[in-house]
Design a protein around this ligand. Structure first.
Ligand code: CA
Length: 234
C-alpha cells in the first residue's frame, strides 16, 4: 500500500449507517494511514463538521435519520471546500447529476470496489492539497493573481497585497459578475457590522482599479453601481 501524500495524516469523516460497511471502511482507512472519524446520522455528521475540520468527507445518502445530501448542503452552505465523495445505493443518473450539481466531488454507487474508493480518495486529496500553485493562480486581463501569497503580476509591475486587500480581492473573485453591496463587503471582508457607514470599500476599490485596470477612470473589471455597490468582471 502506498502511504498517503507527504505522510501527512488526512482527516476523513465517514458518514455511513450500515454498520458492517462502516466498520470495514474504518479499518481500511486506518490501514491507509487516514485519521478517521465516523458516524451514522445526519445530525451527528453536522455536529462533527461544526466542531472540526475534515480534509475529506465520505457520505452515504440514505441515512437512518434523513438524507445525506443535507450534510453536503450544510458543508457547502458554510462555504467549506472540503471534498465530498458520495456513496449511494441510488444509481440512477438523475441522482448522480443532482448530487454533482450540489457540489459533490465524486460519486460511487454501491456496491463498489474498495480499491476504487481508496484511489478516488487519494486523487481528491492530491487535488486539494498537492497542487496549491495551480488552484491558487487566478488570471484576468493582463493580471496574474497568486492569492495565497497576495502577489500580483500586473501590466504595471509586481504588487504585494495587504491582508485585507487579498481578502477583498478573493471575495470579488469568488463572486464574479454579482453586484455586492458595501455592507456585505464590510461584513464579509472586514468583519464589521453592516450599519457602519464608511468610505473604506470605495477607497480599496479605487486602489484595485489603479493596480489592475488599464484605465482606472474607465474600469472594466471593478464596476461601481450607484447606490448598490460593486461588481467584479474577470
Ligand atoms: Ca445507508
Amino acid at each position: 500500500m502506498n502511504l498517503p501524500l507527504k505522510n501527512k495524516k488526512h482527516k476523513v469523516l465517514l458518514v455511513e449507517d450500515e454498520e458492517h460497511l462502516r466498520e470495514g471502511l474504518i479499518f481500511s482507512f486506518m490501514r491507509e494511514n487516514y485519521d478517521v472519524c465516523s458516524c451514522s446520522t445526519v445530525k451527528k455528521a453536522i455536529s462533527l463538521i461544526k466542531s472540526d475540520d475534515f480534509d475529506l468527507v465520505i457520505l452515504d445518502l440514505m441515512l437512518s435519520d434523513g438524507d445525506g445530501s443535507d450534510v453536503l448542503l450544510f458543508i457547502r452552505g458554510q462555504n467549506k471546500k472540503t471534498p465530498v465523495i458520495i456513496l449511494s445505493a441510488k444509481n440512477s443518473s438523475q441522482d448522480k447529476i443532482k448530487g454533482l450539481s450540489a457540489g459533490v466531488d465524486d460519486y460511487l454507487t454501491k456496491p463498489f470496489v474498495l480499491e476504487e474508493l481508496l484511489l478516488r480518495m487519494k486523487n481528491l486529496l492530491r487535488r486539494s492539497f498537492d497542487e496549491p500553485e495551480e488552484k491558487d493562480l487566478f488570471e484576468f486581463s493582463r493580471n496574474k493573481i497568486y492569492l495565497r501569497e497576495g502577489r500580483c503580476v500586473t501590466a504595471k509591475g509586481e504588487i504585494f497585497l495587504t491582508e485585507i486587500e487579498s481578502k477583498l480581492l478573493a471575495y470579488f473573485i469568488s463572486n464574479p459578475g454579482r453586484i455586492i453591496d458595501r455592507s456585505e463587503l464590510l461584513s464579509e471582508v472586514w468583519g464589521v457590522g453592516a450599519s457602519i457607514r464608511t468610505r473604506t470599500v470605495d477607497i480599496f476599490v479605487s486602489r484595485f482599479r489603479k493596480y489592475f485596470e488599464e484605465d482606472a477612470k474607465l474600469p472594466l473589471h471593478f464596476k461601481g453601481h450607484r447606490g448598490q455597490g460593486y461588481s467584479f468582471h474577470p
